[in-house]
Design a protein around this ligand. Structure first.
Ligand SMILES: [Zn+2]
Length: 479
């Protein structure tokens, strides 16, 4: 139901975002502060995300399992950096069944500890390795300031937790899963991403290093799209997980973990959306085509719906198609609603169209007045081709936007000027020191998004302290 007008992006981007999410029935605020309800239309996007990623995980040898929501509080304390990173945002259960618990239970903020407590039972020999498990679950991280999809106290995600016999295997896995996330972002969400490594300051609490993919939103702020962590032997040591090698010695197991969440939905809304609302990438859209039949009497209705049925039989199941045959809304009203909801293609079909053996198609990625007339013969091939064009067009537009909003700066004055007046990715030299990185963040609210894998070697001076640097890193203000 369209209820409110959507604020223009140029007027107030945050307001545009909230208006869009609420008006398109993606999500709603929950009665519990910091929590959200994912409504059916938003959940359908999540299901499409899950389906695509799950296949990619399985194609790379992973299997799904499920671990408990509650983690004994003492588990969190076994890995020093991990507890320091997560304890402040944990929800803790102290009572159960009306009684004080002997040991408080943490509601999982992430599952490394509970999973590694189980791996300790399951791993004894090199023959037990590798373990390549993924979990689809919810997690809780107490948040003070929340935003629908982007930052909520409870959110949905997947977390992969793998165990390996060698450091090399763990290293390979960490990179492989990052590439899975990057490919998913580009090939399904039409979101171009930077791939790289987090600085030590930004890495996951308990990791040796963290790899990440980063995207640029339309308000020119960055969003971390996904992360993949090489945990080294940190969790194996904390939970005493060793295995007998082929040579007969005992060694600690090597680990990785990796995750993406419902936050990606917020990301794809902010990468593609416009003043008319959502613009959903065809591969993740709940409906790729909405058919709006047009008729003015029963006879026309029958004739039009007869052709609609024929089209449905042709299009399904390869195309996700919905027929909007609600009689209590006028066609024009329906056009506006599906445009706002970001459906890639709208197909209009009336008696005159049928007589001429064609249909009228509107593309969400074109202007609302631009319409195509296409033959009813071979409709499936036409639609699949249009969906592919839309995906490629959306990706190209997002990539161009990112490139247009990537800046190279030499001095700290320029650096601050770009952040204050333009935002985007700011490529600057950095000395590699955490103190300097922190000072830049305190002064400008910009963080280093990653050290790109494809960073070209280039000698220069740190934009903040002037010490030598060997390459540029992208800074940005981020979500
Ligand atoms: Zn420096």
């Amino acid at each position: 139901m369209a209820k409110l007008k959507i604020t223009k992006q140029s007027e107030d981007f945050s307001k545009w975002y909230v208006d869009t999410v609420l008006n398109t029935d993606m999500a709603d605020y929950a009665p519990v502060k910091g929590c959200m309800v994912i409504k059916p239309y938003g959940y359908a996007v999540w299901e499409n995300i899950q389906q695509a990623l799950d296949k990619m995980f399985k194609d790379t040898g992973h299997v799904n399992a499920y671990f408990p929501l509650f983690i004994p509080e003492s588990f969190l304390h076994k890995e020093a950096e991990h507890v320091e990173g997560f304890a402040p945002e944990c929800a803790v259960v102290t009572h159960g069944g009306g009684k004080l618990l002997e040991e408080p239970l943490v509601v999982r903020p992430t599952s490394e500890t509970i999973i590694w407590s189980m791996y300790a039972k399951w791993i004894d020999s090199h023959r037990d390795l590798p373990i390549l498990i993924n979990q689809w679950a919810n997690v809780v991280r107490w948040e003070m300031r929340t935003r629908l999809f982007l930052r909520t106290t409870e959110f949905l995600w997947q977390e992969g937790h793998t165990a390996h016999a060698t450091a090399q295997e763990a290293e390979f896995e960490t990179r492989q899963m990052l590439d899975v996330y990057a490919n998913f972002a580009e090939e399904f969400a039409a979101v171009p991403v930077l791939r790289g490594r987090k600085t030590d300051k930004e890495k996951f609490a308990g990791a040796i290093y963290t790899l990440c993919v980063e995207a640029l939103m339309k308000d020119k702020r960055a969003l971390q799209w996904g992360t993949s962590h090489n945990l080294g032997q940190n969790f194996a040591k904390a939970f005493n997980v060793t295995f007998q090698t082929e040579a007969g010695t005992r060694e600690h197991v090597w680990a990785t973990s990796w995750g993406v969440s419902t936050r990606m939905i917020g990301g794809l809304i902010m990468v593609h959306g416009d003043d008319n609302g959502l613009k959903l990438p065809p591969k993740l859209a709940p409906f790729q085509v909405v058919i709006v039949p047009i008729y003015y009497n029963d006879e026309e209705r029958q004739a039009v719906l007869h052709v609609v049925d024929r089209l449905l039989a042709e299009l399904r199941p390869d195309v996700r198609v919905k027929v909007d045959d609600r009689d209590n809304y006028k066609p024009g009203w329906k056009f506006n609603e599906w445009e706002m909801k970001g459906v890639p293609l709208r197909l209009e079909l009336g008696p005159k169209d049928i007589a001429a053996n064609h249909a009228v198609i509107a593309r969400r990625d074109a202007g609302p007045k631009e319409k195509l007339t296409v033959s009813l013969d071979g409709m499936k091939a036409t639609i699949l081709d249009l969906l592919d064009q839309i995906h490629r067009g959306m990706f190209a537009a997002a990539l161009k936007f990112r490139e247009d909003n990537s800046h190279r700066v030499e001095t700290y004055e320029q650096f601050k000027d770009v952040l204050d007046n333009q935002l985007g990715f700011v490529y600057a030299h950095w000395c590699g020191e955490t103190v300097c990185e922190q000072a830049i963040q305190d002064e400008t609210k910009a963080t280093i998004r990653c050290i790109p894998f494809d960073q070209p070697p280039e000698d220069g001076a740190c934009v903040h302290c002037g010490k030598p640097s060997h390459g540029r890193v992208p800074f940005a203000r981020a979500y």
